[in-house]
Design a protein around this ligand. Structure first.
Ligand code: FE2
Ligand code: FE2
Length: 357
């Protein structure tokens, strides 16, 4: 368990590539306390929550509030089990989310929507703490909601600014290496840049501004990276933007990659098998490619990111002695479809950004 703000704690599930973050906030005033858990995850996370509650609040029965950013199973599948252990807890979320959470068979009296709350700011009667709920419309669900703890200035952002893990090393805080995982997650799961920009605008209007942004997957963002990543995310093309704009390039790149898989299979059949396996099953995160049998049919991210991903995978799994030959085959397949290989793949190409996909 990590402390990321005043009485604000982070629990991480164990997956290395794509994990769930579960947060607990303890609102404390002298002897009185209220405890909130944010997006309690799945049954796999229950024991971790029970242990943390024991440490922070005496026992899990002392849980008062379950906040849900939306209703996906990775955030809400634990709700019934947790309610049975903590019977006085209520669930707070948007009405759109609660309508679906009701389907688990949760008693309606337990469900509190944030929309009727004026300016979505609450003062907790028992402890006097102010908390705020901030919409993140269509990021990635209609009723997605974030939670701002004014005491710690931590914004719990749900799937917004979440990412799969691309930072090397230990710890929970983001650095520049985290951006790649955030960018790819958003390209796949967010509908359009417009939705991202709306959410960024809502965050920048918060007063005071958050010091920490804590998402449901990936690294916790703090310091200068808060502004940097908000800035970057508002310029990122995602979902439908990519589908529309890059359709022709994606077709070309799919054909080039299929051509490469064919020529790789002639010379290095085992390596081709390994590459296909790696591209089809990427641990706990979703694959970046849509396959039909052994052929790439579609690409879920920008062509540049897709190409970089394939090449990085190849570099990781190829024996060093064969890498130059594989580099040649890869470049030939790209060129065959009119794609200029980027400089970071073909070292002899000196100019930057030749490959403008
Ligand atoms: Fe989600
Ligand atoms: Fe999620």
């Amino acid at each position: 368990m990590e402390t990321i703000g005043r009485n604000f704690y982070l629990l991480r599930s164990g997956e290395r590539d794509f994990h769930r973050n579960i947060y607990i906030k303890v609102f404390r005033k002298e002897e009185v306390q209220l405890v909130m858990v944010m997006d309690p995850g799945t049954k796999l996370d229950l024991e971790m929550i029970v242990d943390a509650m024991r440490e922070l609040a005496g026992c899990v029965e002392n849980l008062d509030i379950i906040f849900l950013s939306h209703q996906d199973p990775d955030v809400s599948a634990n709700v019934l089990a947790l309610l049975s252990l903590a019977p006085r807890a209520v669930i707070i979320s948007s009405v759109d989310t609660l309508r679906l959470i009701k389907m688990y068979g949760v008693d309606e009296k337990k469900l509190k929507g944030v929309e009727p709350i004026s300016r979505r700011i609450i003062t907790l009667k028992k402890t006097g703490h102010k908390i705020q709920f901030v919409p993140a419309y269509f990021c990635h669900f209609r009723g997605s909601t974030m939670f701002f703890d004014l005491e710690s200035r931590v914004l719990y952002s749900g799937d917004f600014l979440a990412g799969f893990n691309t930072r090397k090393g230990e710890g929970v805080y983001a650095n520049s290496e985290s951006w790649k995982g955030i960018s790819i997650f958003h390209q796949i799961y967010m509908p359009t840049r417009w939705a991202l920009q709306e959410t960024v605008a809502r965050i920048t209007l918060l007063n005071p501004m958050p010091e920490v942004i804590a998402p449901q997957h990936g690294d916790v963002i703090k310091g200068e990276l808060v502004f940097e990543f908000l800035n970057k995310i508002s310029r990122l093309e995602v979902g439908l933007d990519l589908m529309k704009k890059f359709e022709p390039e994606k077709k070309l790149l799919s054909s080039a990659l299929n051509d490469f898989l064919r020529s790789l299979g002639q010379k290095f059949p085992l390596l081709r098998k390994k590459l296909l396996k790696d591209l089809k099953e990427v641990g706990n995160f979703t694959p970046l490619f849509v396959f039909s049998n052994e052929k790439i049919e579609d690409i879920k991210v920008s062509t540049r990111d897709a190409l970089e991903y394939v090449w990085n995978t190849l570099e990781r799994i190829s024996p060093l002695r064969d890498l130059e030959e594989i580099r040649g085959l890869f470049g030939m397949s790209l060129e065959k479809f009119g794609l200029t290989p980027p400089s970071w793949i073909l070292e002899e190409v000196q100019e930057e950004d030749l490959f403008e996909l």
